[in-house]
Design a protein around this ligand. Structure first.
Ligand code: SAM
Ligand code: SF4
Length: 329
């Protein structure tokens, strides 16, 4: 079991398998995209597998595959089968924009993927286009329905942004009436690859909740899973539920059980902090498993207590020029 210097158990890694993306969500990257890393700077599947074997041996149980758009990485499914075979890894989850995902869902089902987070900020074609700069709503919706059809638990992630998609809050919430999905509204964070200055947050979790309460006065707080980043709510008569993630207000750091590995093998022990270890260099220097473990333990024993402390310790202050596409969300 891994326990950090604040007594929090770490059992969850989020792994960005690529920094490439087929959308250009304006809160994540500029219209022209980001400068993608040269391929040789990305971790190879063999390197990721070895890293996961070491982490699983230490106590990591849950893996989330993210990116960039993970399904842009060639042969991802074969890699997922390899992760599934790693002793100690109990759950694989995926975060995707859903553009390329629908045809792969039968195999994701066979793989036993525990849940898929589908990013969907708008149900309106024009607003979807304005936000993602691509006309791909139909393919994303096809993924949504295919996930439901194959009974893979789905969570919808919607970043709420002033002047962009606040009209979508209620239509998205309405999906939970008919479908057993969790619709999670997320505060915008300042990781947009230098696309724009992060405006002061006008839609924080309280305002999102106010908006929901106005239309659904019966909305009530529901139980949260341990270590959940979302506060969950139920609407009477709805089969799904609502989550609100205070990603910028950072209300959940006290129970944070997660670490992140960026596409180039940087270890982040907090989303708001700098990379604290270059795993790729260690792997490429033929470091032994014991030395890798020691390096991980050193990093896990020095975690910031919360996202504000991590932010204070950054070499460059926020807003940063980093894109969420390299960090993985
Ligand atoms: N491309 C995949 C997708 O969009 O689902 C996976 C990677 S994406 C970086 C992971 C999550 O981060 C998405 O749900 C996305 O909405 C979220 N995200 C990206 N930039 C964000 C920002 N600036 N603030 C809040 N959430 C952000
Ligand atoms: Fe791509 Fe996901 Fe970033 Fe949108 S949020 S640009 S889909 S990586």
């Amino acid at each position: 079991m891994i326990v950090d210097n604040h007594g929090r158990v770490l059992d969850y890694v989020r792994l960005a398998v690529t920094d490439r993306c087929n959308l250009r969500c304006f809160y994540c990257m500029p219209e022209e995209g980001i400068d993608y890393l040269p391929k040789k700077q990305l971790l190879t599947y063999e390197e990721m597998e070895r890293m996961l074997q070491v982490l699983a041996g230490m106590g990591i149980r849950k893996v989330r595959i993210t990116g960039g758009e993970p399904f842009l990485r060639k042969d991802l499914l074969a890699f997922l089968w390899r992760i599934k075979a790693i002793p100690g890894i109990e759950e694989i989850h995926i975060t995707t924009n859903g553009v390329l995902t629908a045809p792969l869902i039968p195999e994701l089902k066979k793989l036993g993927i525990k849940s898929v987070n589908l990013s969907l900020d708008s149900l309106d074609r024009e607003r979807f286009f304005k936000i993602t700069r691509r006309d791909e709503l139909d393919r994303v919706m096809a993924t949504f329905y295919a996930l439901l059809q194959h009974d893979i638990p789905v969570k919808i992630n919607a970043v709420v942004m002033e002047g962009q998609n606040t009209e979508d809050i209620i239509p998205l919430a309405q999906l939970t009436e008919k479908y057993p999905v969790s619709v999670r509204f997320i505060e915008e964070m300042p990781f947009n690859g230098g696309a724009n200055n992060h405006p002061s947050l006008t839609w924080n979790y309280l305002r999102i909740l106010d908006e929901l309460q106005e239309i659904y006065p019966g909305i009530t707080k529901a139980a949260n899973a341990p270590n959940a980043t979302a506060e969950h709510f139920s609407i009477p008569g709805h089969v799904g539920n609502i989550g609100i993630i205070a990603a910028y207000t950072r209300t959940f750091c006290g129970t944070c059980n997660r670490i992140r590995v960026t596409a180039q093998g940087g270890l982040k022990t907090c989303l708001y902090g700098d990379d604290v270890l270059n795993i790729r260099d260690l792997l490429r220097a033929d470091t032994s498993d014991d030395s890798l473990k020691a390096a991980f333990l050193q990093a896990f024993g020095n975690r910031a207590k919360d996202g504000f402390e991590a932010e204070d310790h950054r070499r460059f202050l926020l807003p940063v020029f980093q894109s969420m596409s390299t960090i993985g969300g």
